[in-house]
Design a protein around this ligand. Structure first.
Ligand code: C2E
Ligand code: CA
Ligand code: CA
Length: 432
């Protein structure tokens, strides 16, 4: 029994499922009727398991397997691949709309509360769907497709299903190629750092800039960091790339502090992966600052809220190291991530950067104005300065200034520009 069935739910296991899939593929070839493969992943199951315990988690999995089975015909196959992952094989799909209907009923059924002994839990499901022979002609291909489609469903906000499409496949290939190209980009001198001014709202002075990386791909042209930074993080390449951005930025910062503005600072984005690496990295950065005779005050490190909420890391120690070296810390994209604000008093934070999404609708959405004002008041009470991101219009600038925002950054002042252009901007600003 155990070789073919999952002991917890009694459903076929991965091995048995593959066998059945092989058989069904043969049948489908004979009858020329397609089959559909669904990957179902429970959303938030881990939380239930962690908070209510494994016994309760097991009951939930058994109940979920029952609910899924209730949605399909007796001739279809439901299996558990492991963990909170289920799979469904819909055989003889005469009508593709039936797949849609079944996917909907599964999401609905799984989004209904689970009564688990005395506890009530909510999960939902993300489903990826692929069709044989339309999308792939072998088992590996089908598994990969269903997995990708499920990933898309998760990314789009969970509690939904998504179909594998050709576009999806192309996106996956592009991704792989980009990862490959990324490996050679540093050696190929394809990266640049651009600088965007951060303007002091009270004086109009440019005392700061944010360093933003640019990738000039030999065939694709400029690739957005929003596209390649996540890939760099996934592959660990962010460590080297991040170091390179730091060296470049500090070289420029040093020059501009010497030539134009002794209090000039450059903000460098640092991804959580860079913090997790080891405790030693800051030592390398600090040594570099000493080497080029650059005080810590010239550097601000931008991190995201998520990093501070991760209790598993020695983030506190890392932040203290920065503090002791006079390096300042800024919370990027503030307001988009988490509702817990307790970390603001727990850690020494110098700046909050109000996310662009709040600034964008400032003129039309009164709620966003109220939020910006509240963030500014709160930050100031905690001794933290505020930078507004994505400031594009004079009206936005005026509203933020009226709310006593300290700094502004956005296209209204300048897009991120190459170092030589930025230097010109800095000179003009100084003589204005
Ligand atoms: P971010 O740190 O939030 O950077 C601000 C982004 O907003 C930049 O996009 C900037 O070009 C854009 N922006 C600035 N002003 C305006 C405006 O007025 N309107 C609009 N619509 N956009 C504006 P960019 O350069 O494409 O960078 C995207 C993200 O990539 C950054 O978001 C950051 O998270 C990441 N990134 C960029 N460079 C680095 C880096 O060196 N290291 C790491 N780890 N991440 C980086
Ligand atoms: Ca940033
Ligand atoms: Ca930001």
């Amino acid at each position: 029994m155990q070789a073919n069935f999952d002991t917890l739910t009694g459903l076929p296991n991965r091995r048995m499922f593959r066998e059945r899939l092989e058989q069904e593929i043969k049948k489908s070839n004979r009858s020329s009727t397609p089959i559909a493969l669904m990957f179902i992943d429970l959303d938030h199951f881990k939380e239930v398991n962690d908070t209510l315990g494994h016994d309760i988690g097991d009951i939930l999995l058994i109940e979920a397997s029952r609910r899924i089975s209730d949605c399909v015909r007796a001739t279809d196959i439901v299996a558990r691949l492991g963990g909170d992952e289920f799979t469904v094989l819909l055989t003889e799909v005469e009508d593709v709309t039936s797949v849609e209907r079944i996917a909907q009923s599964i999401t609905q059924k799984l989004a209904t509360f689970f009564q688990l002994k005395e506890e009530v839990a909510y999960v939902s499901a993300s489903i990826g769907i692929t069709l044989y022979p339309n999308d792939a002609t072998d088992i590996e291909g089908l598994f990969k497709n269903a997995d990708q489609a499920m990933y898309v469903a998760k990314e789009q906000g969970r509690n939904r299903h998504s179909y594998f499409t050709h576009a999806l496949q192309e996106a996956a290939q592009t991704r792989l190629r980009l990862i490959n190209d990324l490996r050679g980009a540093l050696a190929g001198n394809q990266f640049m750092v651009h600088f965007q001014p951060i303007v002091d709202m009270a004086t109009g002075r440019i005392n700061k800039a944010e360093a933003l990386i640019r990738w000039n791909h030999p065939e694709r042209g400029l690739v957005s960091p929003a596209q390649f930074i996540p890939l760099a993080e996934e592959t660990g390449l962010i460590l080297e790339i991040g170091d390179w951005v730091f060296y470049e930025s500090m070289r420029c910062a040093k020059r501009w502090r010497t030539l134009y503005n002794p209090v000039f600072q450059v903000s460098v984005n640092k991804s959580p992966i860079q913090f997790y690496k080891d405790g030693d990295e800051h030592a390398v950065w600090l040594a570099h600052l000493r080497d080029i005779d650059m005080p810590g005050e010239g550097l601000v490190i931008e991190i995201t809220e998520g990093l501070l909420l991760d209790s598993n890391t020695s983030i506190n120690g890392a932040l203290l190291t920065l503090r002791n070296a006079d390096i300042q810390v800024s919370i990027d994209d503030f307001g988009t991530g988490y509702s817990s604000l307790s970390y603001l008093k727990k850690f020494d934070i110098d700046y909050l950067k109000i996310d662009q999404s709040f600034v964008r609708h400032l003129e039309i959405d009164h709620n966003d104005l109220v939020l910006c004002e509240a963030i500014i008041v709160m930050a100031h009470k905690l001794g933290i300065k505020v930078v507004a991101e994505g400031v594009e219009t004079e009206r936005q600038r005026d509203m933020l200034a009226a709310a006593e925002c300290d700094y502004a950054q956005g296209y209204l002042y300048s897009k991120p520009i190459p170092a030589d252009e930025f230097e010109e901007l800095l000179k003009r600003n100084l003589s204005a």
